[in-house]
Unconditional design. Structure first.
Length: 335
């Protein structure tokens, strides 16, 4: 990472995880004991892609978000006609949270206003520095064209999920910004809450979806009927490693990702070194030089084949997840 980008990231208000050790090490990505098949979402599930329309049309939207009062912080998630609250001591995840056990409440819609009385709402998306591409970057999408992409669709100046770069890459630093839709009628961590993903070389997925405010702790999964597990949540390296902290912001808020990637190396069709990936989400380091043992994959065909070079692929998983300010810098980390 060059000094300019490092300075921008370090200058954010949310630059560090409260607990310097990996929080996810406390909560391995094991399946809940009562894991049930994931129900398909109704295609008519209420969905918003514009925050102004959501504010006008959904009473729940105005309560969703992050709040603080003194040393306590709360994340509010609308879910199936109620509100799921995650309550932190010290501050919010990725900021001043002290790493202690997260408390939770389910609040009915007629009680949420009184529950939040006296708390101050914060918008951490507004604090982000949406990094401009450096001089040596290839700007893959800036709202003004799709010449770098196959299958790309643009709506209101935003790149829609479902596109693949025409060029192949090997080692790189990738920046992208994403906004997941608001789908409050679905269960917590339902994959149709904005499911998408960005693949390095078409083989290694950084998961993008709405898992705002959900607890990594396994004892909560059955209690809250959470669907799927943290390595498939937003910021996870899909099926391989969860993020070190859940730094997701609410749906319909712009979020940033910066990915440093080193491709696997092969000799005579045999892998001689594994791919590696470092990821910052919203300015917070969530994966630090992670060795990838295989390609990622969640279907019956298993992991995707590993390759030494390939495209950047933005997955279309039948959700209106949107992207902007996508740029890449080719790097050379050895042969």
């Amino acid at each position: 990472m060059n000094s300019r980008l490092a300075a921008l990231l370090l200058g954010l208000a949310i630059v560090s995880v409260a607990n310097p050790q990996s929080l996810i090490a406390q909560h391995p990505d094991t399946k809940p004991a009562n894991k049930q098949p994931i129900p398909r979402a109704d295609p008519d599930t209420p969905t918003w892609t514009d925050p102004e329309l959501a504010q006008l049309q959904s009473p729940a939207f105005g309560y969703m978000g992050e709040y603080h009062k003194g040393e306590q912080a709360i994340q509010v998630v609308p879910c199936q006609g109620r509100f799921y609250l995650s309550i932190y001591q010290g501050g919010l995840p990725g900021a001043d949270w002290d790493g202690s056990t997260i408390a939770h409440e389910w609040i009915d819609k007629d009680a949420i206003e009184s529950r939040l009385m006296g708390l101050t709402k914060v918008d951490r998306s507004a604090q982000l520095d949406f990094t401009a591409p450096p001089a040596n970057a290839t700007v893959l999408f800036d709202g003004n064209g799709t010449e770098h992409w196959s299958f790309a669709k643009v709506k209101n100046g935003l790149l829609q999920a479902g596109a693949k770069t025409k060029e192949n890459f090997q080692d790189f630093r990738l920046h992208f910004e994403t906004m997941v839709p608001f789908k409050p009628e679905l269960q917590l961590a339902h994959p149709d809450r904005g499911n998408s993903g960005v693949f390095a070389l078409g083989a290694y997925e950084v998961q993008v979806c709405d898992t705002f405010g959900i607890d990594f702790a396994p004892d909560r999964w059955d209690i809250d009927k959470v669907l799927k597990t943290p390595s498939t949540w937003c910021g996870g390296i899909y099926g391989i490693k969860p993020a070190d902290v859940n730094i997701c912001l609410p749906p319909l808020a712009w979020q940033t990702f910066d990915v440093e990637f080193t491709a696997a190396r092969f000799q005579d069709d045999q892998k001689v070194s594994s791919a590696r990936m470092t990821i910052w989400q919203n300015g917070v380091l969530i994966h630090n030089d992670v060795t990838l043992p295989s390609g990622t994959g969640g279907g019956p065909s298993g992991p995707r084949a590993e390759v030494s070079a390939g495209p950047i692929y933005i997955q279309n998983h039948h959700n209106p997840t949107q992207y902007r300010n996508v740029w890449i810098v080719k790097t050379k980390t050895g042969s």
